[in-house]
Ligand binder design. Structure first.
Ligand code: NAD
Length: 301
């Protein structure tokens, strides 16, 4: 079996490494938070004290970090991956980061003689635990083919989205569209209620009509309508508003750098910002309904 370097053992990195250990790999794990390393060691990750030790002698290195700035620092810093890894090691960044940072990482890795793949994921902590994440990969055919068997123990679906930064592009656009359609669903759920419609009756109609969408079917934000809605559970996440705010922000940054006007994304970003300003970043994204109806059923007081 292979030796894998892993940097970033947070909510996602911890369960993802557990699946790699389970598959028989040696995983050398590092995080700036020592408790995160200790927690990962409990499921068999080999705890190391530095990034340099994590990447030493590895076939592949994965990073699972919060944002573009962290990924840039971890790869490009004086004490970073490009400075310490062997150029034989394949590099995969699975963090969700901005398109421009992903392009920079591809460019700088290539300049330093490395092969690099951007590989953000969708599926959340539950998907990470179950090993059913969707991976969206950006890079050359050869590099993606080499990364694939390492990714399999963590994944339900693996897509080669295209060349450099294509994985991030797919992830960013998908989540932007999700946020925009969710805003439609929360507004519709409130208006339907005010019109006097029974929520379940309206849901059943919309589900087989042209108002249907993934967030309608999966996240309808009224308790007792659809099993998988966070509204059944006091709007506990699920998909936290803070993460969606970040992801829509990445879309807006992409719109700016690509010269694309994104008025609906701007609107939903402002709606998410309201939740953050009210210290509700930790609630599920469907708490967007609070901006339309502060007394919506199921919201925490
Ligand atoms: P997290 O904040 O729980 O984990 C990130 C980890 O990176 C932290 O433990 C942090 O200490 C570590 N870190 C930061 N800087 C570091 C450095 N310089 N060196 C080493 N470690 C460093 O975040 P998460 O929820 O695990 O998410 C990771 C990425 O996956 C994010 O980009 C997020 O957007 C994306 N993502 C998350 C989810 C989810 O549901 N949590 C779903 C899909 C994608």
């Amino acid at each position: 079996m292979s030796t894998i370097g892993w940097i970033g053992l947070g909510n996602m990195g911890r369960p993802m490494t557990a699946n790699l250990v389970e598959a028989g790999h040696t995983v050398q794990g590092f995080d700036v938070v020592t408790e995160a390393v200790a927690a990962a060691a409990e499921h068999g990750v080999k705890a190391v004290d530095s990034l340099a030790e994590a990447v030493a002698g590895t076939d592949i290195v994965f990073t699972m970090l919060p944002k573009g700035e962290h990924a840039r620092a971890v790869y490009l810093g004086d004490d970073g991956v490009l400075a310490h890894a062997d150029t034989k090691t394949l590099l995969v960044d699975s963090s969700t980061i901005d398109f421009d940072s992903a392009r920079v990482l591809h460019e700088e890795a290539a300049k330093a003689g490395f092969r690099f793949v951007d590989g953000p994921v969708s599926g959340g902590v539950t998907g990470a635990e179950a090993g059913t994440l969707t991976f969206m990969l950006g890079g050359s055919d050869e590099d993606v083919a080499e990364a694939r068997p390492f990714i399999e123990p963590m994944a339900g679906n693996i897509f080669h989205a295209g060349g450099e930064a294509a994985g991030q592009a797919a992830k960013i656009v998908n989540n932007m569209m999700l946020a925009i359609s969710l805003e439609g669903v929360v507004e519709g759920a409130v208006l339907a209620r005010r019109f006097g419609l029974d929520p379940k009756t309206f849901y059943d109609i919309a589900k087989v009509s042209s108002g249907d969408s993934w967030p309608l079917r999966t996240w309808y934000p009224v308790p007792g309508v659809t099993e998988t809605s966070a509204s059944n559970n006091g709007f506990a996440p699920g998909f936290a508003a803070a993460l969606m705010h970040k992801d829509v922000g990445l879309a807006l940054a992409g719109g700016e750098s690509q010269g694309v006007d994104l008025p609906a994304a701007e609107l939903v970003y402002a709606q998410l910002q309201k939740l953050l300003d009210d210290d509700l970043a930790g609630l599920d994204t469907t708490a967007l309904i609070r901006n339309i109806d502060p007394n919506a059923e199921g919201l925490p007081n």
